[in-house]
Design a protein. Structure first.
Length: 229
């Protein structure tokens, strides 16, 4: 695991955009298609805006989410809404977007539909994950009933429905094996608090306590941490 430190979020965003554009460009040149998995929240918004302005054959890029709240796409809490308004604009407006939220009433009922959609995408080019103060990543929350299945590398599942213990809205989350099926995983963090959680995650080995450990401590997929002070 590589940890790259930056003085501020703006410097991080510039470096992260360069890393992602290089990876996507290389994938397009070799495979004629690239895929980018992003996460929601406030942290990536500056990165999204900067990335959307980059010259790239965006028509050959598939963009999707590591997790999603089971709300309508125009809901204020929708990660899809965040991505459409902040990333799929400017040069990136012609990228193909794969939503995690579908028409079924519940996330549980939507699992099979998303399984089929995700099966059409080979190894991701790059996955960008965040991390909560409780050590969750995507919607793999400590204490949730779905967590053991989400972390199970032999489950055969690409996605799972999650009912968080405290966070609002049911969720749809990619599983650990699907997230790790990537050329590179980037963990995007800002602030001293996140650095402290990262240190705890690196020191312990209980994945159920801090699910981000399952990403950081595996050796199958390269992981690079981008952290701004």
């Amino acid at each position: 695991m590589d940890i790259l430190e930056f003085e501020n979020a703006s410097a991080l965003d510039v470096a992260l955009v360069k890393q992602v554009v290089d990876l996507l460009s290389e994938a397009i040149e070799i495979h004629e298609v690239a895929s980018l998995v992003v996460s929601g929240g406030r942290t990536p918004q500056g990165f999204f805006h900067l990335l959307s302005q980059q010259t790239l054959d965006w028509s050959k890029v598939i963009v999707t989410l590591a997790d999603e709240r089971w709300v309508d796409p125009d809901h204020k809490d929708s990660n899809e809404k965040l991505v459409r308004e902040n990333l799929l604009i400017n040069e990136a407006s012609c990228a193909r977007f794969l939503p995690l939220k579908s028409s079924p009433y519940s996330a549980v009922e939507g699992e099979d539909c998303l399984e089929q959609s995700l099966s059409a995408i080979d190894t991701f080019t790059v996955v960008i994950l965040g991390m909560g103060d409780d050590g969750h990543t995507a919607s793999l929350f400590p204490g949730s009933e779905a967590l053991p299945r989400g972390l199970n590398m032999d489950s055969g599942r690409r996605c799972i429905a999650v009912i968080p213990l405290e966070a609002p809205h049911d969720r749809m989350s990619m599983t650990l094996p699907r997230l790790l099926d990537s050329q590179l995983i980037i963990v995007h963090l800002c602030g001293q608090g996140k650095q402290e959680v990262l240190s705890r995650a690196c020191d312990g080995d209980d994945h159920l306590e801090l699910p981000i450990r399952a990403v950081l401590q595996q050796s199958d997929t390269p992981v690079r941490v981008f952290w701004a002070r």
